[in-house]
Design a protein around this ligand. Structure first.
Ligand code: FES
Length: 347
């Protein structure tokens, strides 16, 4: 294998803004100084965009400002310069009729924020359903080095000692209430206990599925998608992502050099093994399209006939993401289904 070529500082994208002796660069540097950043902060160093989907409208992402701080710490440790950039927060908990209508807005915003600004690489912070495909679609179109840092699942719900899962238990207990088997007071207790912490839905719904598939595609730090939002491992992993993106920039590791047709076949296989969301089909096809990779429906059918359901996770099974993490998470699942995967793809 040939040794990968490292970029020189003059080959960084951000050099076109900050490094040149020209009128426009005077403007860019003087405005960086307005921000309190000297030339030693920004010239010839990888500038890392931290695209943050934090919003008070999105309770799944309520901790992402702290996650962004950890990513910044990692970027500084590795000799880069972080810039936190707010982007549209695509959340499912309030948006009517569905955040699906906003996925492509986020993709456009992601692509334009990365394209129009002095960004050499990016760490993308998301997790709630459509935020994962939205951020990745934009990043694929732009095709600069990126790492996706999922917000992590929330803690499992609890009602009088019984476990509650996002989504599925809402329908179950709503029917119990309609049948007259649950009082208003009990219904309110369930409301208090079903979403106990930051993080995305903790069943194997769309969010847990898409973050796991992003990791399978090779765009997430190994193991990161299974870590609960409030576990301290999440913060440590965010700092690690900040360090790793610097190396990815110097080596010019772009999505087009990592994600191939085989990577998508792996993602489909993992979706089947996890009992993941059927929404993954819509999003994987859209993501693959951004990289010019055809993903016909027949491929999903073909792979589904070879891959058994392996994970015992709600709604198809019994457990929730917290238990999946403690049982080894996606890393353990990938290892257990090794013979069903292409193992010669980059991650
Ligand atoms: Fe955010 Fe379910 S509402 S993942």
């Amino acid at each position: 294998m040939s040794t990968p070529t490292r970029k020189t500082p003059e080959q960084l994208r951000s050099w076109r803004w900050y490094g040149r002796d020209e009128l426009r660069s005077f403007g860019h540097r003087s405005r960086a100084k307005q921000n309190g950043w000297g030339n030693e902060d920004i010239v010839g160093k990888p500038v890392i965009g931290i695209l943050n989907t934090w919003s008070d409208l999105n309770s799944c992402h309520m901790h992402l400002r702290l996650t962004a701080d950890a990513v910044k710490r990692g970027v500084f440790q590795a000799g880069g310069h972080p810039m936190e950039i707010p982007v549209m927060s695509v959340g499912e908990m309030l948006t009517k009729p569905t955040a699906m209508f906003h996925r492509n807005f986020l993709a456009m915003e992601t692509e334009e924020m990365l394209r129009a600004n002095p960004i050499d690489g990016a760490v993308l912070l998301g997790g709630c359903d459509k935020s994962t495909p939205g951020l990745l679609m934009g990043a694929f179109s732009m095709d600069i080095p990126v790492i996706y840092m999922p917000c992590g699942p929330m803690m499992k719900g609890n009602w009088r000692g019984d476990t509650l899962g996002s989504g599925s238990d809402v329908w179950k207990y709503w029917d119990e209430k309609r049948a007259g088997n649950l009082s208003w007071g009990e219904w309110c207790e369930i409301e208090d206990g079903i979403a106990r912490s930051p993080g995305h839905c903790m069943t194997m719904g769309t969010a847990s599925t898409l973050t796991a598939l992003a990791e399978t595609l090779g765009l997430v730090m190994p193991g990161a998608s299974s870590i609960p939002a409030v576990d301290s491992a999440h913060t440590r992993m965010a700092a690690a992502a900040g360090r790793q993106i610097i190396e990815n920039v110097w080596l010019d590791r772009k999505p087009s050099g990592i994600v191939t047709e085989k990577s998508f076949e792996n993602a489909i296989a993992v979706d089947m093994a996890l009992g993941g969301s059927t929404n993954a089909i819509v999003h994987l096809i859209a993501m693959a399209g951004r990289l010019g990779i055809p993903l016909p429906l027949e491929k999903f059918d073909e792979i589904s006939r070879k891959v058994p359901l392996l994970a015992n996770l709600r709604p198809a099974g019994k457990y929730l993401m917290e238990e999946f993490f403690l049982a080894g998470g996606l890393t353990a699942l990938l290892n257990g289904m090794r013979e069903l995967l292409h193992t010669d793809v980059a991650t």
